[in-house]
Design a binder for this molecule. Structure first.
Ligand code: 13P
Length: 249
């Protein structure tokens, strides 16, 4: 089954390293049916574009401003990304929510801005350990989803991939279990169905992220309930990421 395999480098690697990474990934994934998206830091996008052109790999950014342009020193706009040939942008990653105080309202504005410039969105949601412990995970991610999608029309959902990334599984070496992933994706599809339509719930692309590695990727990504994976640490090694990206699931 065709899957969506996404790399999120976070704040790792240098622009000079991107050339070799891009060339290797492009070659090693030339024959895959999967959709591959690489999200390096902003500074790498231009060089990545140059060496990924004509390959199966598309480019994503890790963040975007909610504003279109103007007096926002240090920010990067949707039109800048679009102009560079970037196709996707990660919005609402838990690291941005917690470290940079991004709110659900801001995330909703970012999604609207990104979509209006023709960028596709990888929307991250997921609960922390305390919320999970209090058995509130379902209600928590439902609210994150509702708030993020306020004012988004059903026909715009094809430009959105929902990434379920439980915070307790990110970078901890302890991925969510198959049971956890099945339960949460069913809940998310049900929520999309009630917000939009039955069909929307079935068709929405949902990926899982959190401590995917060479030992667990096959079991997780093969699950029929998910459309793919969002991979952090393991994506930094191009051989490892290529292996995961070109697998037949
Ligand atoms: P890890 O794969 O390093 O756990 O990171 C997941 C993630 O946050 C991807 O966005």
């Amino acid at each position: 089954m065709k899957k969506i395999i996404i790399a999120n480098f976070k704040m790792n690697t240098t622009p000079s390293e991107m050339k070799g990474y891009s060339m290797t990934l492009a070659t090693k994934t030339a024959n895959t049916k999967n959709q591959i998206i690489v999200c390096p830091p902003f500074t790498h996008l231009s060089i990545a574009k140059q060496f990924l052109d004509g390959s199966k790999v598309t480019l994503g950014a890790q963040n975007v401003s909610d504003a279109e342009k103007g007096t926002y020193t240090g920010e990067i706009s949707a039109s800048m990304l679009k102009d560079l040939g970037v196709e996707y942008v990660i919005i609402g990653h838990s690291e941005r929510r917690s470290r940079f105080k991004e709110t659900d309202r801001m995330i909703n504005r970012k999604i609207k801005t990104a979509l209006s410039y023709g960028l596709k969105v990888i929307l991250c949601i997921g609960e922390d350990l305390a919320t999970r412990g209090a058995k509130q995970a379902g209600a928590f991610v439902r609210k994150q989803l509702d708030d993020a999608l306020k004012g988004i029309y059903e026909n715009e959902l094809e430009g959105i991939i929902v990434a379920y990334e439980p915070i307790w599984a990110i970078g901890t070496g302890k991925s969510a279990t198959v049971k956890d992933i099945e339960k949460m994706t069913a809940l998310l599809r049900k929520e999309i169905s009630s917000l939009y339509s039955e069909k929307a719930g079935e068709n929405i692309n949902i990926v899982y992220g959190g401590s995917i590695d060479l030992n667990n990727y096959k079991k997780i990504i093969s699950l029929p309930c998910i459309n793919g994976a969002l991979i952090g640490g393991t994506s930094l090694d191009v051989d490892n990421f290529s292996l995961i990206a070109r697998e037949n699931y």
